[in-house]
Every structure is written in C-alpha cells, then in structure tokens.
Ligand binder design. Structure first.
Ligand code: MRU
Length: 349
C-alpha cells in the first residue's frame, strides 16, 4: 500500500516516520521507505535515494520533525540542543543544493521561537507545511511556465527536475504537466545525464507514467537535436542561484546553455525561491559538490568501463552564467536574470 500516493517524500505524522521513494531503485522497482533513523535519513540524501533540491529541503524538514518527536523528554534545552546538532550535521550532506540549508534554517528558527511544550508540535506543523507549500509553489511554476509553451512545442531538459525532484510536479517539468492539463501536448527530449542517469532512470520514467511524449537522448545528442531545429525551448531546474542570476544545476547544464545560446533557443531555469541564495554575489561563490570517482568509472555499468586506477573528476554540478539564461520561471512569475537581484532573503520564506 502506498503512503505517498503520488508524492516523492512525506511525513507519516501518525507513526512519526519520514517516508520516501528509494530513487536508486527506479525505474525497475518502486519502493517506499519509512524511517525514524537518523543514519538512514542521512544516507538517503547522501546516496541520492532522495534527491533534487526541493525534495531534499522538504525531506530535511520532515526528518528534523521526526527525530525531535521521537525524543522522550519535553525539556526545551535538550530538544533545542538536538535540533542544533541535527541541523549542523545534515546541512553538510549535500553542499550545492541550497534548499537543504534553507529548510534547516527554518527548522532552527522554528525551534528558537518555540517553548518547551510546543517545539515538537511546531516542528511537525512546519514539516507538513513545507511539503504542502512545495506542491503549491511547483504548481505555480508550472502555471507560469505553461504560458510560454504552445501546443506541440518540444522542449529539452537535463537531469531530473520533475516530480521526483520535489514533492509533486517538480520545477522544470511542471510547465509540461500543467500544459498537458490545459490540452497542450508537449514533446520532451530527455538528456540521459551522465554519470548517474537521472534523465534516463527518472525523467523518462515519470514522463512515460504521466503519458507525456518523451524521447531519451544521450547527453551528447543535445547539439544534434537543436541543430535539426527540433527543440523550441530548454527547461532545467537549479540547485542554487546567486544574486546576479548565475545558476548552479546538474553537471552538463552549462553545455546545454551554451548550445541553446548558439542555436538561439530560449533557455529557462525553473526556480522556486527556496533555491535562491542572495547571500552570494555570483556563481563563483557556489560550492560545487564533488562525488566519488566510481560514479564515472563503473557505478551504472555491469562491469568496470575504465582502466583500473584511472583518475576521474566528478563535479556533480556546474554554474550557468546569468548571460545565458533567458528567464527564471518562479512561483512569483517569469523573471529576467537582471531583475532577480531585486529579490531578497525575505522572498525565500
Ligand atoms: O544530484 P541530483 O540528482 O540531486 O541533482 C538534481 C538536479 O540537478 C536538479 O536539476 C535540481 O536539483 C533541481 S530539481 C527541481
């Protein structure tokens, strides 16, 4: 039986458990995992069982609520000490996606304004609200984005910024889903997205399930489909956007942006404001997560595909300069990179 019922992460408040889909098993197996164990939660984010910037943010909020609610005492000092410990540790799990920090700062803030009696309930309420808000924010992105798409348009997307990367709808795929609801059929070219294949495993899977016309391509086919005039727009997600509009997203996004610029194809970055980091002046200040070399050399292969011991560089993200971004599609509307700096941290809460 499914607890999540179409969502990617959720809070089972009755049993005080964090629930998530193990995305490393998709598309072969759909498995919901229910846990109140910190190590299992941390591992889920670290190993990309739960992934995608909005999803990991909401999941962190849910995990904090579960962990605090499982503690027997109601002593404020003890509980707040635990909140601080969880937040300080969990935030290190994935350094590029700012949503993790955003969510844990909210948790910390809620803890600070709570009293001994209500800290548990308040964190529970916050976690449930974060999950609900994520759905409405992504739907709004979808509504604004759908207006930019005409019936039978084809888009290209990179990695997975669909419903599996958020609670529901996603960011870059939300416009496709809302356009479909409104009777417009959008074709999607899906970059496979080396090395972890989020495009092939996740984007293709969720689009097929939703009845969207999806075509999987190798990452290095993007130029060819653009050159043939097959792509009307590129829609991608993001993990952290600096004040000047430079945007970090899955490795390879920068190449797609350069190509879109060359072929004069609009390049949209779909951004919930929880992904905006106005504390950073520009993209050079964004910390780029580096992951293990074996993700490049053997992870998804039946056998090792590179010489034993070869050095491999595995940046998980790259930064697309604001100059290559046509516009951000956000829950507040479609915003040009030049305008994004007018927004402040207030807009992220
Ligand atoms: O490493 P991942 O799979 O977490 O990377 C995901 C992405 O890069 C997404 O495009 C981004 O988080 C936006 S998700 C709406």
């Amino acid at each position: 039986m499914s607890f999540l019922n179409g969502a990617t992460v959720g809070y089972d408040a009755v049993n005080n458990k964090a629930v998530f889909i193990d995305q490393t098993l998709l598309p072969l197996e759909y498995k919901e995992i229910s846990t109140d164990n910190y190590d299992e939660m941390y591992d889920a984010v670290k190993t990309l069982k739960v992934r995608g910037a909005p999803a990991i943010g909401v999941f962190a909020g849910i995990c904090a609520a579960v962990l605090i609610n499982k503690i027997k005492t109601n002593d404020y000092g003890v509980l707040m000490g635990e909140v601080e410990k969880i937040c300080a540790d969990f935030v290190k799990c994935r350094p590029t996606a700012v949503n993790l920090k955003w969510a844990l700062e909210k948790v910390l803030c809620e803890g600070k304004i709570s009293s001994g009696e209500n800290i548990k309930q308040n964190l529970k309420t916050l976690a449930l609200k974060m999950a609900e808000d994520d759905i409405s924010v992504c739907r709004k992105i979808g509504e604004y984005g759908a207006e930019l798409l005409a019936d039978k348009n084809a888009i290209l997307t990179h990695c997975n910024a669909g419903s599996l990367a958020a609670v529901k709808y996603g960011t870059a795929l939300a416009p496709v889903y809302i356009a479909k609801e409104r009777g417009k059929n959008i074709k999607v070219y899906v970059d496979e997205t080396r090395p972890l294949l989020q495009g092939a495993r996740l984007t293709a899977f969720e689009l097929e399930n939703a009845g969207v016309d999806a075509t999987l391509i190798c990452d290095n086919t993007a130029a060819a489909v653009m050159a043939k005039g097959l792509v009307d727009a590129v829609l991608v997600g993001c993990d952290r956007v600096a004040k000047n509009g430079d945007a970090a997203n899955k490795i390879g996004t920068l190449s797609v942006a350069v190509l879109a610029n060359f072929y004069k194809i609009p390049f949209y970055v779909c951004m919930p404001f929880s992904t905006f980091d106005p504390a950073l002046d520009d993209g050079s200040q964004i910390v780029i997560e580096e992951r293990a070399a074996d993700e490049v050399t053997d992870f998804w292969y039946k056998q090792k595909m590179a010489p034993k011991g070869v050095r491999a560089l595995n940046f998980a993200f790259d930064v697309t300069p604001a100059s290559l971004i046509t516009a951000f599609i956000t829950e507040k509307g479609v915003i040009s990179p030049a305008e994004i700096k007018k927004y402040s941290t207030e807009d992220t809460f």
